[in-house]
Design a protein around this ligand. Structure first.
Ligand code: ADP
Length: 613
């Protein structure tokens, strides 16, 4: 396959001048008929890897995707770019479905997006037997694995579907989940044959990672947002209720916020999203329902008000910052209570698909393991980037110098006295009662809480009651965690885990053993990396172009990014093209789009230049 051809298509249809890392080898392999597994972080450009082969191969490319809500936009974007595409999912009425299939049979489409559960319907199977299917792309391929964060049993049928085709085409699987188990499952369960497996860099060097444990998250957040008055960012919360609360608080402080969650009316969601995208509201407070398919490049920070359920979600959401390559911050506000909320969400999860009891139990167990890794991220004192990349199976240096742990001054503290108090409290409880106590009750006893339960149990009679009344509860919890990590305490695995001392605890209690903890230097204000806002080449022109894009998108009834992405508008504002060949030089402008929108945008630039001459 000639290189020129591929690159020509990349420019003509998608407006990009060069392939990104990983794209070309994956495309080449598919064109040579070989299966592939492409593991790339969100936003790396997986779609091009199957869209270019789709354009070069005869016949149809099927793209199997679970994200029904995104299919329509993807198809609209392709159609706008001049690629004949359609989608088949449960949002179509039967007559619409029949019409799409009829046109598909006539060879009207190059790319067809299909929801996995549609593959096995009689009508589709009948069609597949006679159609010329040259390529099958499986998007979000981790859905096939019970190790993945979004297991869908319907994905298990894909392998059989492919096998039963008159001629099995090459299969390309794509995902942003890179753990070993998931990768192995994808290859096995999708029945990939000797696939070219390619994992591209998960690192996003322009992102600064930080974990904070403020006593009062609201105060912390307000002061953080106030100090970033020129920047746009997202605040993720784990529940709708928290979104409402946080958004209300910030509004009362006069900050330009809007909100997004699945409980709002469609109309309001749309308006709020656009307010954010067009910078009418700088700050978006949202649940994880926000962000899929959002193409806003100038997001300078993503704050997680609550800890997410797993690292995959965290990295995906945090990764919405700094898409334009400018420095951006990803801050996670951690509180132990977040673990309970996440656990609750996992245990009361609503299934996307009907799982058997056994599958559900397994999925929960894995979800809880993933939660454990997420908590590990919040608690680690090592380099955060190293932790993230390690999780995704990538080697990296031990110190990135661009995260809160690397930039914080660390100090070793002697906490022997505190450790003795904690350990002896646990020992006293063990002696006095047959049952042990959980972390919360031990903390309450140590701080001298007047909680009913504490008094009922007579814990106020213990000599250790109230011995740590001057210490913050969160600090005591941290010490307890540390004592568990260091093997002085164990936590049982019961539904209500209880603390016990180990043999090693005797060293500290009776033999003068010392306990130290490495922590950020105290009383040091947390210094954030000074993130620069992505300043468009000429902000005013950029805003003018963005208003024009808004008008066109409205007229055509498509999302704004389908017309042009922010990155394209930024480049356009920088290059200020006024003739067609110049316009084609803008990143993200292909033939079709130049033809369709070129004149309107160039006219806008001409007028702007005249007014500013
Ligand atoms: P993913 O599916 O991996 O999350 P997408 O396929 O949606 O990512 O691509 C993310 C963004 O990257 C899109 O805006 C796309 O236009 C852009 N992109 C993809 N390939 C390239 C390329 N070779 N050069 C420049 N931009 C690209």
């Amino acid at each position: 396959m000639s290189t020129i051809r591929k690159e020509e298509l990349l420019k003509r249809y998608f407006g990009h001048t060069a392939f990104r890392p990983g794209q070309e080898p994956l495309i080449d392999a598919l064109l040579q008929g070989r299966d592939v597994l492409g593991v790339m972080p969100t936003g790396a450009g997986k779609s091009v890897c199957y869209q270019i082969p789709a354009l070069l191969l005869p016949g149809i490319t099927l793209v199997i995707s679970p994200l029904i809500s995104l299919m329509k936009d993807q198809v609209t974007a392709l159609t706008q770019a001049g690629v004949a595409a359609a989608y088949i999912n449960s949002s179509l009425t039967y007559p619409q479905y029949a019409e799409v299939l009829r046109k598909v049979r006539q060879g009207a489409y190059t790319i067809i997006y299909v929801a996995p559960e549609r593959l096995t319907t009689d009508a589709f199977l009948a069609f597949a037997q006679t159609a010329q299917i040259s390529l099958i792309a499986v998007d979000e391929a981790h859905c096939v694995s019970q190790w993945g964060q979004d297991f869908r049993p319907s994905y298990l049928k894909i392998a059989e579907f492919c096998r039963n085709l008159p001629q099995r085409p090459p299969v390309g699987a794509f995902t942003a989940t890179a753990t070993k188990e998931v990768k192995e499952d994808i290859v096995r369960l999708l029945g990939l044959r000797d696939p070219l497996t390619l994992t591209t860099g998960f690192d996003r060097p322009n992102l600064y990672f930080s974990v904070e444990t403020p006593k009062k998250k609201d105060l912390w957040l307000a002061s953080y947002l106030k100090s970033r008055s020129e920047q746009s960012g997202i605040v993720y919360c784990s529940t709708r209720k928290t979104v409402e609360k946080v958004c209300g608080n910030l509004q009362r402080l006069g900050l330009p916020v809007t909100r997004y969650h699945a409980g709002l009316e469609d109309e309001e969601r749309r308006t709020n999203q656009e307010d954010f995208i067009y910078d009418r509201a700088r700050i978006m407070v949202a649940t994880n329902a926000f962000g899929m398919g959002i193409d806003k490049s100038n997001v300078s920070f993503v704050v997680h008000y609550n800890m997410p359920k797993n690292m995959e979600s965290y990295y995906q959401e945090a990764g919405r910052a700094g898409r334009d390559g400018a420095r951006a911050e990803c801050v996670l506000l951690y509180a132990p209570a977040d673990v309970q909320t996440a656990r609750f969400l996992i245990e009361n999860i609503e299934d996307n698909e009907n799982l058997t009891e056994e599958e559900r139990a397994l999925v929960r167990e894995r979800d809880l393991q993933r939660l454990g890794k997420m908590v590990g991220y919040c608690k680690t004192k090592d380099c955060l980037r190293h932790y993230i990349l390690g999780y995704f199976g990538e080697q990296s240096s031990l110190h990135c110098q661009n995260c809160s742990n690397c930039s914080a001054e660390m100090q070793e503290y002697d906490i022997t006295t505190e450790a003795q108090k904690i350990l002896s409290c646990v020992v006293r409880v063990e002696r006095k009662y047959d049952f042990g106590l959980g972390v919360t009750q031990i903390v309450r006893t140590l701080t001298g809480s007047k909680d009913m339960r504490i008094l009922e149990l007579g814990l106020d009679q213990l000599p250790t009651y109230g011995t740590m009344h001057k210490v913050e509860r969160t600090t005591i919890r941290r010490y307890i965690d540390h004592l568990i990590d260091q093997g002085y305490l164990t936590l049982t695995e019961d539904k209500y885990p209880v603390l016990h001392t180990t043999e090693k605890a005797k060293d500290v209690l009776f033999h003068g053993g010392k306990v130290t903890i490495v922590d950020r230097k105290q009383a040091k204000a947390v210094s954030f990396a000074t993130a620069k806002v992505a300043v468009p080449a000429d902000k005013e022109l950029y805003n003018t172009l963005s208003a024009l894009r808004y008008k066109i998108a409205n007229l055509e009834g498509v999302p704004a990014f389908v017309v042009f992405s922010n990155a394209t508008l930024l480049d356009m504002a920088a290059k200020q093209p006024v003739i067609r060949p110049e316009f084609l030089q803008v990143s993200g402008v292909g033939d079709r789009k130049a033809e369709r929108y070129g004149e309107a945008f160039m006219q806008c630039i001409r007028e702007w230049r005249k007014a500013h001459a």
